[in-house]
Design a protein around this ligand. Structure first.
Ligand SMILES: Cc1cc2nc3c(=O)[nH]c(=O)nc-3n(C[C@H](O)[C@H](O)[C@H](O)COP(=O)(O)OP(=O)(O)OC[C@H]3O[C@@H](n4cnc5c(N)ncnc54)[C@H](O)[C@@H]3O)c2cc1C
Ligand code: FES
Length: 501
């Protein structure tokens, strides 16, 4: 198989156009009002809001801040999340649906107002969602109606601008887009001092709830009145979040085009979504195209997904070159609304923000505000909609059962007997999962011919990992954990590495 020949450089535009941060790691023990674990958009938004409310904070980041999912987003800042409001209104009822809508619309305005003082390439643009097929018109009309009733700036348009090849779309006015790292690194710069901290390269290993709470890390500990767990998937999962949200991976290309830039942000819903938006950074103009989503660890060659996305980009644009490619994943809850609030009723003072469903720029910003209001004691008017303890509405319960049955099929069971034995040949750049005596081994042969052999059994709940040929990682098809070729955890819910074999 060898090195896959893929479009563009394997790098995110956002990471390539900003400097690496260098906040010191924690050294010993500190005490603050609130410990915020995770330095992506949810964690940094929460930390900023908490500081604005007069609390001292310590952001604890395992790697470098804004280097996780938020560094690989497409960074549309919009309350338009595909065609969601008609469903949310009927499943949640008008009051909670309005909370969701208003939290996200308020987040657009929050980012816009903070961006006034920051150099983060924020730009106002309309957002369009369109669908393919004959029932598009009815669906779009229902969505416009539901969104308008919830107070959103929605309208029905028939003259849909390029590159959308559609008869009609729902348009939201005055939405936004930005450079997520420029925005968040600027917020993070303001955090340290007067009893607040940002600690990088400091991995939280345990969270003890109580009065006070304690966050144990590999560098020391943080004692705090409250803890916000903003690690994308929560590192502490007392309430079975892994069974209530599933991981969706998708792919992005930043392309240079001949011809005019799109004048809006575009999103085609359906089985295979397609996302488009322009971005100008320095004196370069790009079009970001996204799509080819699938459940992590399922769905065949990931390299092929980049190729398909490139073909789709070329169908819509006169592509001069593909500059960058990247991919990442987000957790989607059964009812499409995130979990933001107390992590579990029996773990007081510990809060969670997860399950942003591919819309974390506004949901993550709103989560920061919601949690700051809850922790500061004023309470949040959006708390009910995002309540992590809610039962899924009946309409969504079937979705939840389907996802868990899908995961269940992949748990350790008769899979081991169906595998090839380890003597099967392996070309450089190739990988496979094989049986070796009583072990099941995930084996990768690098370009120099060296073999990297690790256990193929996911350390979360014993599913068998699958090879991701584009990213060269082992991905778990059950709940989305990912590991590098030497077994190191890249994404949770797994918390420990795959043992070497
Ligand atoms: C391809 C793609 C495109 C997207 N485009 C959009 C878009 O256009 N608009 C939009 O609104 N949303 C978009 N999203 C969704 C959005 O990017 C995410 O919802 C959001 O970035 C998630 O932010 P986060 O803060 O939860 O996670 P992250 O950014 O991943 O932050 C979590 C942080 O926690 C740290 N961490 C993990 N474990 C530990 C530990 N033990 N100790 C300390 N730190 C730890 C990680 O290192 C990481 O830095 C997109 C998603 C995908 C997959
Ligand atoms: S078994 Fe749950 S992520 Fe692998």
């Amino acid at each position: 198989m060898g090195e896959p020949d893929l479009p563009g450089r394997d790098a995110s535009l956002w990471l390539e156009t900003t400097e690496t941060t260098d906040f010191d790691p924690l050294d010993g023990d500190v005490q603050v009002d609130v410990a915020v674990v995770g330095g992506g958009i949810a964690g940094l938004s929460a930390a900023t809001e908490l500081q604005d409310a007069g609390e001292t904070v310590a952001v604890v980041e395992a790697d470098r801040i804004v280097s996780g999912v938020t560094a690989r987003t497409t960074a549309k800042v919009t309350a338009q999340h595909g065609l969601i409001y008609d469903d949310v209104r009927s499943e949640f009822g008008p009051d909670r649906a309005r909370q969701y809508a208003q939290a996200n619309e308020a987040a657009v305005e929050e980012v816009a107002s903070r961006a006034d003082d920051l150099d983060c390439e924020f730009r106002r643009l309309p957002a369009y969602t369109y669908v393919d097929g004959d029932d598009a018109r009815k669906k779009v009309r229902r969505e416009v109606d539901a969104a308008r009733r919830l107070g959103l700036p929605a309208s029905f348009v028939e003259d849909v601008p390029d590159p959308a090849d559609a008869d009609c779309a729902v348009r939201f006015d005055d939405q936004g887009q930005f450079h997520p790292r420029k925005y968040l690194l600027a917020l993070a710069e303001e955090i340290p001092g007067e009893g607040s901290y940002v600690f990088e390269e400091t991995r939280a290993t345990d969270i003890e709830a109580g009065e006070p709470c304690r966050v144990e890390t590999n560098r020391g500990s943080v004692t705090a009145d409250d803890v916000v767990v903003a690690t994308h998937f929560p590192i502490s999962d007392p309430a079975g979040y892994f069974a209530r949200a599933y991981p969706k991976r998708s792919y992005v290309l930043a392309v240079r085009t001949n011809g005019p830039q799109p004048e809006g942000m575009f999103y085609r819903t359906g089985d295979s979504y397609f996302s488009v938006r322009p971005h100008e950074t320095g004196d370069e103009e790009f079009v970001l195209v996204g799509g080819q989503n699938h459940k992590t660890g399922q769905g065949g060659s990931t390299a092929e997904r980049y190729r398909r996305l490139e073909r789709e980009a070329r169908d819509h644009f006169d592509v001069e070159s593909v500059a960058y490619r990247w991919s990442t994943q987000d957790y989607v809850s059964a009812d499409s609304v995130p979990f933001v609030g107390p992590i579990a009723p029996w773990r007081s003072h510990v809060y969670v923000a997860t399950g942003f469903g591919g819309w974390g720029m506004t949901n993550g910003t709103a989560a920061g505000k919601l949690l700051a209001d809850e922790i500061a004691g004023t309470g949040s008017e959006w708390a009910d909609a995002f309540d992590p303890g809610r039962l899924p509405p009946l309409e969504s319960a079937g979705e939840l059962l389907k996802e868990n049955a899908n995961a269940g099929k992949r748990f350790a069971g008769d899979w081991a007997t169906k595998l090839r034995r380890s003597e099967a040949s392996l070309a450089p750049g190739d990988a496979h999962v094989v049986r070796d005596g009583g072990d099941v081994v995930a084996e990768y042969r690098d370009e120099d011919g060296d073999r990297h052999r690790v256990s193929a059994v996911c350390t979360h709940l014993d599913c068998l990992v699958e090879w991701n040929d584009a990213e060269r990682t082992w991905d778990c098809p059950c709940h989305g954990s990912r590991f590098d070729v030497d077994g190191g955890v890249l994404d949770g819910p797994a918390n420990s590495d795959l043992p070497k074999k």
